[in-house]
Design a binder for this molecule. Structure first.
Ligand code: CDP
Length: 239
């Protein structure tokens, strides 16, 4: 597989074309950002940790019958993925109240949410990823009602699989964000699943083991990501 030119550089990942027209290389960089890119820092080993973590999760999801763009891990920091047409809508499921929900609605952090909530946000950094709904997505052509229904179904399937996986490592999956795209006309899971895009707490102490450590300046960010990985059976290469 030959990596060709850079197609796009996001806040934490870069995307490259390859000699195959329907495959791309995702490069996970050490760059870390929060608050819509207002806070940026490079954290040593983060690219490797998130790439290896994401590969492990995507394989578990594929095993559970969830279609994803993931093909295979190529190196410590690169993975091969299917080229999709991205749907510019982020899907967020929350099992426990934290982050934006607490800020917006004033509910108590840590409250169990029954049933788990489902929210949509527009992928638009300049506008701070505003919250949207199905009506707006349909009217503005961001996704069709059928695509939105499938995205919701897959997002909850992911919840079922990952809540159990993390519970096995004494971890609570508090919330997470997923992105989808179209491949061969079908909705498939894209982007990444790593502690950068979800909240994970220790089940007993409720210690935060995700990107909130970076957002809140708690330190030990990558050590926490590695701890989470180890607890669910991820083996990180020595670097
Ligand atoms: O980021 P913030 O806490 O303001 O937003 P949230 O709505 O509470 O985020 C819910 C979950 O989605 C968290 O696990 C975030 O890390 C994740 N998220 C993300 O990965 N990317 C975004 N643009 C927004 C949320």
């Amino acid at each position: 597989m030959e990596k060709r030119q850079e197609l796009y550089a996001g806040k934490a990942k870069s995307v490259y074309t390859t000699d195959a027209p329907d495959l791309l290389v995702l490069e996970f960089r050490d760059d870390t950002s929060a608050f819509d890119g207002k806070r940026k820092e490079a954290l040593a080993r983060k690219g490797m940790v998130n790439n290896v973590f994401n590969a492990f999760i995507m394989e578990r999801l594929e095993d559970a019958g969830i279609p994803t763009h993931f093909e295979k891990r190529l190196s410590n920091t690169e993975s091969l993925v299917k080229k999709m047409q991205m749907i510019p809508v982020e899907c967020v499921v929350r099992n426990i109240a934290a982050g934006g929900l607490v800020k917006r609605l004033g509910v108590e952090e840590g409250a169990t949410l029954t049933p788990s909530t489902f929210e949509l946000f527009l992928k638009d950094d300049d506008r701070g990823d505003p919250m949207i709904n199905e009506s707006l997505a349909e009217t503005f052509g961001w996704a069709t009602p059928e695509q939105l229904a499938r995205m919701k179904e897959l997002t909850f399937k992911v919840n079922h699989v990952l809540k159990q996986l993390f519970a096995g490592g004494d971890l609570l999956l508090v919330d997470y964000k997923l992105e989808f795209g179209l491949y061969d006309g079908k909705v498939i899971l894209g982007d990444e699943f790593s502690p950068d895009g979800c909240r994970l707490w220790d089940a007993h102490t409720r210690e935060k083991l995700d990107k909130d450590r970076f957002r809140q300046g708690l330190g030990g960010v990558i050590e926490a990501y590695e701890e989470v990985g180890r607890r669910i059976g991820v083996t990180f290469p020595e670097v």
